[in-house]
Design a protein around this ligand. Structure first.
Ligand SMILES: NC(=O)CC[C@H](N)C(=O)O
Length: 728
């Protein structure tokens, strides 16, 4: 192994940046491999074009005849670009994207062949879906599930394949992917938000949810990563002593990007341009060898697809540059982990961002309406939001190194806190003309149209208002944004729906004017959701205690957090908003809890192997060297022997005690695993893995990391943190 380590180090040191050519302006490349509006205008008949646009904008159905025309044009376009295959591209609940390629090629029966692609193949496919997680919805003997075209996310060419974004559902109609519930949630929020917008502007016909994600990641030399079985099999390091230098000097953040990494980014960005992913920002992140990439925000469904696609593309391009991308939320202990902050907002088809303060008192009241309703929604469903970001890997990240804690709270900044305080004082019922004027001029009217940008002001906040959007910072870097976006849009949809009912009731029954009714309801919302607002340090014990007093949940582990997903409140919410049926919600819970068990199980096995097969033998080898040394000293020193071999003897003892520590704890862990595996109930099993198996990882690691400090560097088998993190 140590030879592998040194071989890898040598390879990485010899590595030269891979040249990337950029001859064409990015704007010219943008969307070149996408069947977007521009391309459709060129390739589709007018009827077909209108049909697709109506489907995209207003969710209208596309009939068979139009589908045939679209398919044929898509094929012509794809063939003109050297494409040979097509695939329905979808996002099953494995966390990865899925595709099965079919050639356009077809025989005609007379010894000849043609390229063919019809509407039926575009609209629906039946992949043998038995091997994707279904949470018990679909028995393997009824493996049928189908993928169906999502015209709201345009087809694109990747390599020589035409990829058609699709939803993936069981034959019986239940969603088996991330996209289906997301589309339903987006529909729900559109309905609810449009209805509320009409209080302010009767012309609004549609409200879209937007998402701008920020993808954080680590780039590690491919050979170094491959020399570590833990990185290869689990995506993170399970052991390794902290290097003398970590991120304490803050000298990496926003620093100049190393050439090798920069060339990777440039090639990646070019590929993104072709695929229509509007990437804009790149920079070094806080931890050594950690980086971030962010696009311009897009409509949420498209943004989710683009992020899933990006994660796949990143892996492929990294390999060409001799890198491995680590997407894991916490690949290295003790330094920053990686998040995928989700910047979320709502905007109207009339071009108004509903979370940006406007220029008039009325538009500011509209802003406050959406702002306060969002806060209220988060307060009501904080535990469900926490569940939406839960995973074995994100558990390691939350609560340290600039990642938010497990307690969900909302940060709104000083200026808006003051505005809400003033609104709390609004009179109950009818408002006097003076009060109305005062409110409009001095409270609502005073919200500056550009709020001081709060971005990154509070890095420990899980959900922060940043001037014209909310930043859901708790989302982890490996996540499919579809999950948190489904939950966030659903809870906001439900909240807006309830708000409308309350406001209408005040107008009808109490004879209040529209704005009076809105002020009245908002005032009560501010009072009842005050407990979710928090501007302080999210890491302190004080906040944990305070949050407890406020009745906020603090679920530090995934098995605890996931329960909120299947609470009666959540099931009813998803049912009412027609986002997921009870069966679908329960299936998702099962899939996620099983994934958790698998992750910990795999990590336990890998750690046990490394500790016993790599670390212990190395320790014994070094101990033997010391023993030989002591024997030699005894031979030559005779009486002085004790004094000169004192340190070696104590080293020999230390090594023995760590070997014992490793073996005892690995044995304990294996026993706990066996016990856990015998538990039938998956929830109890997950708890056993979480609370009985996983804690032993730390004990095993402790002894291994101590040995790393004692043993001769030359024979240490695992590539060290300093080598993984500081090779550029
Ligand atoms: N600078 C930052 O925003 C750091 C964020 C941090 N890496 C996280 O886990 O969310």
């Amino acid at each position: 192994m140590s030879t592998l380590r040194f071989h890898a180090i040598k390879g990485s040191l010899d590595s030269k940046p891979v040249a990337v050519e950029e001859k064409v302006r990015r704007s010219e490349l943008f969307g070149e491999n996408v069947f977007n509006e521009n391309t459709m205008r060129q390739y589709l008949t007018k009827d077909a074009f209108v049909g697709v646009i109506n489907a995209i904008k207003y969710g209208k159905k596309i009939d068979r005849n139009i589908a045939d025309q679209v398919a044929s044009s898509m094929k012509d376009w794809a063939l003109s670009k050297g494409v040979t295959h097509y695939t329905h591209w979808f996002q099953p609940l494995t966390g990865a994207t899925a595709e099965k390629h079919d050639a356009f090629f077809e025989t005609t029966g007379d010894g000849m062949a043609i390229e063919k692609f019809g509407g039926s193949q575009l609209v629906q496919q039946e992949p043998d879906a038995s091997s994707f997680p279904s949470g018990g919805i679909r028995n393997t003997f009824e493996a049928r599930g189908y993928t169906a075209w999502d015209p709201t996310s345009p087809a694109f060419i990747y390599g020589t394949t035409l990829c058609i974004p699709t939803i993936f559902v069981a034959y019986t109609g239940e969603a088996l992917d991330y996209k289906t519930p997301l589309l339903r949630a987006l529909h729900a929020v559109d309905d609810a938000a449009t209805a509320v917008c009409r209080y302010f502007d009767k012309n609004v016909k549609k409200v879209s949810s937007s998402l701008g994600w920020e993808q954080e990641y680590f780039l590690i030399d491919k050979r170094l990563a491959a020399s570590r079985p833990d990185i290869t099999l689990t995506g993170r390091t399970l052991l390794g002593h902290s290097p003398a230098k970590g991120q304490q000097l803050d000298d990496h953040y926003f620093g100049s990007i190393p050439t090798r990494a920069l060339n990777f980014m440039r090639e990646l960005e070019n590929e993104c341009m072709l695929l229509g992913i509007p990437v804009k920002t790149r920079h070094n992140e806080v931890a050594p060898n950690q980086f971030e990439l962010a696009p311009i925000f897009e409509e949420a469904n498209l943004a989710v697809d683009h992020n899933s696609l990006l994660m796949d593309v990143m892996g492929r391009i990294a390999s060409r540059h001799n890198f491995k991308v680590l997407m894991h939320e916490k690949p290295f202990a003790g330094i920053n982990g990686s998040g995928k902050h989700n910047n979320w907002s709502l905007s109207t088809d009339t071009g108004v961002n509903l979370l940006a303060p406007g220029k008039t008192p009325m538009s500011n009241l509209q802003f406050l309406t959406f702002f306060i309703n969002t806060i209220k929604a988060v307060h009501k469903h904080e535990a469900l939001l926490r569940a939406a970001i839960a995973s074995a890997s994100n558990d390691h990240r939350l609560g340290a190194n600039e990642a938010p804690p497990a307690i969900i709270s909302v940060f709104i900044g000083e200026q808006l806190t003051k505005v809400l305080e003033e609104l709390e004082g609004v009179t109950k019922g009818k408002l006097s003309p003076q009060e109305k004027t005062e409110l409009k001029l001095n409270v609502v009217g005073k919200i500056p149209d550009v709020l001081l940008d709060n971005t990154d002001r509070n890095r420990t906040s899980p959900f922060a208002f940043t001037g014209n959007k909310f930043e859901f910072r708790a989302v982890g870097s490996t996540a499919n944004c579809g999950n948190p976006m489904t939950v966030l849009n659903t809870i906001v949809a439900k909240q807006l729906k309830d708000f409308k009912v309350e406001v209408d009731a005040l107008i009808d029954k109490k004879d209040l004017k529209k704005d009076e009714a809105i002020f009245n309801v908002l005032r009560e919302y501010i009072k009842s959701s005050r407990d979710i607002l928090f501007e302080g340090n999210g890491y302190g014990k004080e906040w944990e205690d305070e949050a407890k007093r406020r009745g906020l949940s603090n679920n530090k582990t995934t098995p605890e957090a996931l329960k909120a997903r299947v609470s009666e409140q959540s099931i009813a919410l998803f049912e009412e908003m027609e986002v997921m049926s009870r069966k679908e919600t329960e299936a998702r819970y099962e899939i996620e809890i099983e994934a958790y068990i698998m992750h910990i199980q795999i990590e336990g096995r890998v750690l046990g192997d490394i500790a016993r097969n790599h670390i212990v033998p190395t320790a014994v080898k070094y101990q033997n060297i010391l023993i030989e040394n002591v024997k030699g000293l005894k031979e030559i020193f005779d009486k002085k022997y004790e004094a000169v071999s004192k340190e070696q003897l104590s080293l020999i003892e230390d090594i023995s005690s760590h070997i014992e520590g490793i073996n005892a704890n690995v044995t304990k862990m294996i026993n706990e695993r066996k016990k856990a595996n015998n538990i039938e109930d998956i929830e109890k099993k997950a708890y056993a893995y979480c609370f009985n198996v996983k804690p032993l990882f730390d004990d095993i690691r402790y002894h291994c990391d101590k040995l790393e400090l004692l043993i001769d560097d030359e024979i240490w088998p695992l590539t060290k943190y300093r080598e993984l993190l500081f090779t550029r």
